[in-house]
Design a protein around this ligand. Structure first.
Ligand SMILES: [Ca+2]
Length: 301
């Protein structure tokens, strides 16, 4: 087996986080051409002030755009329109216990997230300057998660400045403090998924002591409980892979269907160098509740 067919990243580079505050309140983003997501028109959005303070994590950096025009969609391959987000109309705050009225907004959030996901599949790992709804993202693991939520109208990075650590840890802390971690092991589309120990992040040669090393977003769940998640894979780029917590250590079911993708860096089925736990299901930590997160952060139309 070619390891590049199955190797999955652990978001390396997270330890390289460096704080960077912008020199100006607003930064005009120079539109960058991405091979996967390109602008069809000039787009600009108002970035939340908190975002401008700065940014993200070692797993992602973002740029804010000036708002001389309302946000407009970007176009991805196949003419997939990535929804706009972050427009200066203000975010819609939903109640924490989303009722009937809010259910429609949450459904719309999930639709936009899925559409955004479709638009960024295939972007190479770490690709810089990918524009989603007028905002620039570097497509490592947290950059990808952030871009997907931004495309759905939600800025999940607004609290990052409150916390220390890598981007995954900051997102985890953000959702924890907002009561948006999911207790259950059954996800919904739009949930964040967190993993531990996907690579030897602290470099001590020991497996199992590297918490919060990777994150992705759930897109759908099969009838057998296999979740499809989108994430930034170091070799495949932004891609969809699989996780089934009912059989976390099993790569393929009896029919040969992949139910748990390799997730430890440079792991694959049959690799003698795999650590004791190497599949997505084995390395799972917890879900972040996408609906609660959207309700708490607010959804920009
Ligand atoms: Ca380690």
């Amino acid at each position: 087996m070619n390891p590049h067919d199955s190797v999955t990243p652990g978001c390396p580079g997270l330890a390289d986080f460096s704080w960077s505050a912008p020199a100006e309140d607003l930064i005009l983003v120079i539109m960058k051409q991405s091979f996967a997501v390109r602008m069809t028109r000039r787009a600009a959005v108002v970035a939340p002030a908190s975002f401008l303070i700065a940014v993200l994590s070692a797993c992602a950096t973002g740029s804010a755009a000036r708002a001389d025009k309302p946000a407009v969609p970007v176009e991805a391959p196949g003419s997939m329109a990535v929804p706009s987000a972050g427009a200066d109309t203000g975010a819609v705050k939903l109640s924490q216990d989303a009722g009937t009225a809010d259910a429609k907004a949450l459904a719309r959030f999930r639709e936009r997230l899925l559409a955004t996901a479709t638009g960024v599949i295939g972007v190479k790992y770490g690709q810089k300057g990918v524009l989603v709804a007028g905002k620039s993202f570097d497509m490592d693991c947290i950059g990808t998660v952030s871009a997907l939520f931004w495309g759905a109208g939600v800025d999940i990075t607004v609290d990052f400045g409150k916390y220390d650590g890598n981007g995954v840890a900051r997102l985890y802390a953000s959702l924890e403090d907002r009561g948006a971690l999911r207790d259950a092991r059954t996800p919904e589309a739009g949930d964040v998924v967190f993993w531990d120990d996907t690579w030897d992040r602290n470099g001590d040669g020991t497996f199992g002591n590297d918490p919060l090393t990777h994150a992705g977003v759930i897109l759908k769940i099969d009838g057998d409980g296999t979740a499809h998640y989108i994430h930034a894979n170091i070799f495949k780029g932004v891609t969809i892979e699989f996780m089934n917590l009912g059989n976390p250590g099993v790569s393929r079911d009896a029919n040969g269907k992949i139910i748990n993708s390799p997730l430890y860096m440079a792991s694959w089925q049959g690799n003698p160098k795999n650590p004791p736990r190497w599949t997505s299901g084995d390395l799972f930590k917890i879900y972040g509740d996408g609906g609660k997160a959207a309700a708490s952060f607010g959804i920009a139309e």
